[in-house]
Design a protein around this ligand. Structure first.
Ligand code: IPT
Length: 269
């Protein structure tokens, strides 16, 4: 038997690590995984993917890409013969989900930079089309607001290292006093660190950088990245276990929240 996985682009580090974990835990339950990677995340592209799964007699799908509540709810409602478990939806969505709780991690990250003496913040958010990117941004802003900081500058990237690199030049050109950059994922932070090295903003005039994800390579960035860890291995394992449960008992409601935590390394000081 097989399950389906509909995923965000596997060129991104986080979705690919999630897919690897799903594949390996599914394997330990003797389940094959059929992977779909739609270019667009609108209702009809996702409905097409579910129709393909249905044709393959697949009865459960893990949906690992950002979805607006209305789209997720409609997909679940109109495909009641396929158990749907969502990994990237907002807390308000009325669908079965296993997702990370961004609040603690985002708050701890801003607090850590504040404690180190930073007052001029640059925020490099993920794409506005991503629910998780929006939730991270609003959590940072809430934490900054509580600390009395109202002038943090926001720019938006597309999760890629290239966008992190590009946005760093723009941001520091316009706001040279920024001393800390809060970045929505490690992959963009990789580009940020590379741009900072090129701009000579390492060493004595260093800009502190925080990431988000703690993907497998982030410890080896230069300098090693301070970041908010999401355990993708645990997410993959829980997703498979919960999907199996849901396929056996379609009437149950699953809403599981996994923790995030700040990991302090050398990119912040
Ligand atoms: C989220 C990652 O944190 C981010 O780096 C990016 O890869 C994004 O996925 C792609 O959609 S993780 C998700 C389960 C919220």
């Amino acid at each position: 038997p097989s399950i389906g996985l509909i995923t965000a682009s596997l060129t991104l580090h986080a979705p690919s690590q999630i897919a690897a974990a799903v594949k390996s835990y599914a394997g330990s339950h003797q389940l094959e995984v059929s992977i779909a990677m739609p270019v667009q995340a609108d209702f009809s592209s996702l409905q097409d993917r579910l129709n393909e799964f249905r044709a393959q007699h697949i009865r459960g799908a893990i949906i690992s890409l950002p979805l607006e509540s209305s789209v997720a709810e409609r997909l679940a409602a109109e495909n009641s013969d396929i158990a749907c478990l969502f990994l990237d939806v907002s807390p308000e969505s009325d669908v079965c989900c296993v997702r990370f709780d961004h609040r603690d991690g985002c708050g701890a990250c801003v607090q850590h930079l504040w404690d180190a003496g930073h007052r001029e913040f640059g925020l490099l958010a993920g794409p506005e089309s991503s629910v998780s990117a929006r939730m991270r941004l609003s959590s940072w802003r809430e934490a900054l607001h509580r600390l009395g900081i109202a002038n943090a500058v926001t720019v938006f990237g597309d999760w890629s290292a290239a966008s992190g690199w590009q946005k760093t030049f723009e941001l520091l050109h316009q706001h040279p006093r920024i001393s800390a950059m809060v970045v929505a994922n490690d992959q963009m932070a990789l580009g940020v660190l590379s741009a900072l090295a090129q701009l000579n903003r390492t060493g004595g005039r260093a800009v502190s950088v925080t990431g988000y994800d703690d993907t497998a390579d982030s410890l080896y960035f230069q300098p090693p990245l301070t970041t908010v860890a999401q355990d993708f291995n645990v997410l993959g394992k829980r997703a498979v276990e919960r999907l199996i449960q849901l396929m056996a008992a379609p009437q149950i409601k699953i809403r599981e929240l996994l923790p995030t935590r700040l990991i302090i390394r050398q990119s912040t000081r």
